[in-house]
Design a protein around this ligand. Sequence first.
Ligand SMILES: *Cc1c(COP(=O)(O)O)cnc(C)c1O
Length: 393
Amino acid sequence: MQTSSCLIHLECSACGKCHASEQLIGLCPACGKPLLARYDTVQAAHTFTRESFKARRADLWRYAEMLPLRNDLFQLALGEGWTPLLKARLGARLGCVETWIKDESCNPTGSFKARGLCMAVSRAFELGAQSIAIPSAGNAGSAMAAYCAAAGLQAQVFIPQDAPPAFATEARAYAARVERVDGLITDCARKVREGVQRYGWFDVSTLKEPYRIEGKKTMGYELAEQLHWKLPDVIIYPTGGGTGLIGMWKAFEEMQQLGLIDGKRPRMVSVQAEGCAPIVKAFHDGADHAEAWQGAKTIADGLRVPSAVGDFLMLQVLRESHGTAVAVSDSEMVEYARVMAAGSGIFPGPEGAACLAAQVKLLDTGWLKGDETVVLFNTGTPLKHIHLWANNT
Ligand SMILES: *Cc1c(COP(=O)(O)O)cnc(C)c1O
C-alpha cells in the first residue's frame, strides 16, 4: 500500500544540514532550527502534471507525490483541503475587482489548521508515535485532537485559560486530554516540553516538526490550480506561527521546479493584530529576526503568537516576494467580519476579517492597485468566537 511520495530527506532551513526522513524528528539536531522536507522533483514530475489533476481526489491528498506519507495505511483523511476559492463581489465596491477569498473555514474542525495537523499526525502515526502533544491558541489543538481520534492515538492539548471555551470543549469531544494554562501559548509550550521529557510525547508545535508545513503548503498548490496556474499578484494572509506563509512560498518554489508554473510570484502580505505584531515590527525595522512581543493581547487567537521559531523564514518570504506587513486592530476585525459577511456571503473569523481590513489599508496607501488580483484567506470559522458579534448589532 505505498503512496507515491517522492520525499528524499529533511533539510535544515538555517544550517542546511540534511537528515534522514524515516525517523520521528523535531527541530534540526545540529542547530535547533526548523527542518524542511525535500523531494525528488524529477521523479515526481513524471506523474505530477497539470493534466493528471483532473482525475484526482478532492482533498489535499491529491498532491501525494509532494507529500511525506509513505504508506496509505497511515493516511488520515477527514475531508481536509481542496477548499473553495470564491470571487467576492465585494471587491468591486472596494475598488479591487479581482478579489478572491480562499475559504478555509470549510476544513474539518473549521480551520486550516486541519491541513497541517492532518499531515503531522498521519506521519507521526506512520513513524510510530503513540501520544502526541501540542500547545495551541485553540484551532490547532482541536484539529490535532480530531486526527488523533481518527488514528486512535492519545492527544494532549494545552490551551491558554482565556481562549474561548469552544476550543477546549471541541478537543475534549475528540477524547483529547485538555489542560487550560494560565498564560500564553508560550507558557503552554513549556508544559508540552515537560511532558516530552517526562512521558515521551511527540511534540507537534508549529515548525518544531517538519510536516505541518507540508500540509499547509497545499494551499499554494490549490491556489495555482484554482487560478489555472496563474498565481495572483498579492496574497494577504493572517500570520501567527507562519506555517501558511512559509508553506505557500515553498509550494511555489516546488511547483516551479516541477515545471507547473513560471517564476512570477505573488507579493506576500503578513497581517497581524495591533496587540501582537512581532513580524510587522521586525519587517518595518528591517530586522532578520523578530523580538518576542510583550503583553500579547488580541481577540484573534490564531494571531496571538508572541514569538515564533519560524520568524526569520517569514521575514525572508516577505522580503523575497516584495511583500509587506500590516497590523490591524481588534475593532477593525470585528467590523470587517461584518463587511465581508454582508458583502460576500462569507462570514470570516477575526483572522480572516483582518485580511480584508489590511486590503482596505493597502488600497488607501496605494501599495495595492485596483487592477491587481488579490487573494484573502479566511482561515477559520467565526462560530468559535461568535460572542464577538453577539451584542453588537
Ligand atoms: C493558527 C491560525 C492562524 C495563523 O496561522 P499560521 O499559518 O500558523 O501563521 C490564522 N488564523 C487562524 C484561524 C488560525 O487558527
